[in-house]
Design a protein around this ligand. Structure first.
Ligand code: ZN
Length: 329
């Protein structure tokens, strides 16, 4: 009798454990095919002019050490602008935080959110703000000069962001190619990318709107701790969505999503002069089969729309745009 019950229980268990598993396979199958088709906000992209050091790389191929993939740079800065906006059209990117966005603002004022950074003085930034030429303080990336966020010289920029009520976008890590400290950015150090350095800065600037660029990769544990302790912190996933091996990007993204921070992750490309990186960055999120359609929509659009405090009219317009309903990649 006892053994019969046991067999019966085993059968029941088998049924129970088969049931959900079958369902799971089905669900993840559906999700794999689900390509997000709505509007996208890119919270991390760059405009350059010919004075930029990127000028030397125009028209050349660039091979990524970690993926082995080769990208070809635009042939001129004018072409870069043209090709970037063509990619915006293709992928339904309706808005973008453009570092040095002044360079492109007049071309598409409804799309460009202007970023200017700490390389300008406080007075210059205030002047730009008055002229409507400063929407976000970013990309702030002093680690290239070996400066930590806790350095006294940075304090005034956090004060300014809080005073003006504009977001501050802070680059931590990675920057430049692997091993870049040996030949390109001698003042960078990996430890400078530790997100928990921001704790006291956030506590002393409680009203500052703030996001960490590249989501603080590879410091996942730090990032979780920071986002838990400071609910105002958002992140963008620029650069890590195309320079890292896909598996590592998914591992990192899943870590943040599983920890419950899916509402504070914003899409970004960190496109510099290789516009095909935009295709790969979008695909990296779309191919994440652990994300539901709703989570993809949050990352691609909703979280940034909330962070930027877009009006409901603008959001409705973006979601109704012709590309939104049937946009397919
Ligand atoms: Zn960047």
């Amino acid at each position: 009798m006892k053994s019969q019950t046991l067999v019966f229980e085993l059968i029941i268990l088998a049924i129970i454990s088969c049931g959900p598993r079958d369902q799971k396979v089905k669900i993840s199958g559906e999700q794999k095919d689900s390509t997000y088709t709505g509007p996208i906000i890119d919270m991390h992209i760059h405009a350059f002019d010919e004075h930029s050091s990127f000028s030397q790389m125009l028209g050349q191929e660039m091979n990524l050490a970690m993926t082995g993939k080769t990208y070809t740079a635009s042939t001129s800065m004018d072409k870069l602008k043209e090709e970037t906006f063509a990619k915006f059209e293709e992928h339904n990117i309706v808005k973008a935080m453009v570092s040095q966005g002044e360079l492109w603002y007049d071309f598409a004022p409804e799309k460009v959110v202007i970023g200017n950074n700490h390389l300008l003085s406080i007075d210059e930034l205030k002047q730009k703000y008055k002229e409507g030429r400063l929407h976000i303080l970013g990309e702030v990336a002093p680690s290239y000069q070996g400066i930590l966020p806790t350095d006294d010289r940075m304090e005034k920029y956090f004060d300014l962001a809080e005073e003006l009520g504009i977001p501050l976008a802070y680059h931590m890590f990675p920057g430049g190619p692997p091993g870049g400290a040996y030949f390109m950015y001698p003042k960078t150090r990996a430890f400078q990318g530790k997100p928990l350095q921001f704790e006291d800065i956030l506590l002393s600037h409680p009203k500052m709107k703030f996001y960490i660029m590249h989501a603080g990769w590879p410091y996942l544990e730090d990032m979780k701790a920071l986002m838990y302790a400071h609910p105002q912190v958002y992140v963008d996933i620029g650069v890590i969505d195309w320079v890292l091996p896909r598996k590592e990007f998914h591992h990192f993204l899943k870590g943040l999503v599983d920890a419950g921070f899916g509402k504070r992750i914003m899409f970004g490309t960190d496109q510099m002069i290789w516009v095909e990186s935009i295709d790969d960055a979008i695909d990296a999120v779309n191919s994440a089969d652990f994300l539901s359609n709703e989570q993809k929509e949050d990352i691609f659009y909703n979280n940034a729309a909330r962070f930027l405090a877009l009006t409901s009219e603008e959001i409705a317009r973006h979601k109704m745009e012709p590309g939104s309903a049937h946009h397919k990649r």
